[in-house]
Design a protein around this ligand. Structure first.
Ligand code: ZN
Length: 143
């Protein structure tokens, strides 16, 4: 059984609005990591398409921290569709994917470096260090 089977749609939106207010565990861990390495950022900046989770103006860099389920992480266990209301979820998630792609395209055209970090890359503890180290490289070696 997956989380998607357990929660009803209403319950899910409750959880999601709570997450949106406080930031996911992955977002918090990434922000803390960046801060401790001396980076200063803006959070959930509404001025940009997709309201990016982290904006590093000095590095002209935008970081999206995507929930695997909601943003359709390919080949990820956490992104498996629920067994019930499957068509509903399929449509919803593909709309989210299309929106993400459009936002990233727009931002890149405006000269932003855009990085997507998946929730599982941070929340799965043995993947975290490698992903955060890579993020440092991505920031330092940006175009
Ligand atoms: Zn994932």
């Amino acid at each position: 059984m997956t989380i998607s089977d357990i929660y009803s749609i209403d319950k899910r939106s409750d959880i999601m609005s709570k997450v949106r207010q406080e930031g996911t565990k992955a977002e918090i861990l990434i922000r803390r990591f960046l801060f401790s390495h001396g980076f200063r950022y803006r959070k959930n900046d509404k001025r940009y398409p997709g309201k990016p989770d982290i904006v590093l103006p000095k590095y002209r860099m935008i970081i999206f921290v995507h929930g695997c389920f909601w943003h359709g992480h390919v080949n990820c266990k956490a992104a498996e569709l629920p067994k019930t209301n499957t068509d509903f979820w399929k449509k919803k998630i593909s709309e989210n994917i299309a929106r993400d792609q459009k936002n990233i395209e727009t931002l890149r055209k405006e000269g932003w470096n855009v990085i997507t970090i998946w929730q599982c890359e941070i929340e799965i503890k043995n993947k975290r260090k490698a992903r955060l180290d890579l993020l440092l490289e991505e920031i330092i070696n940006r175009r």
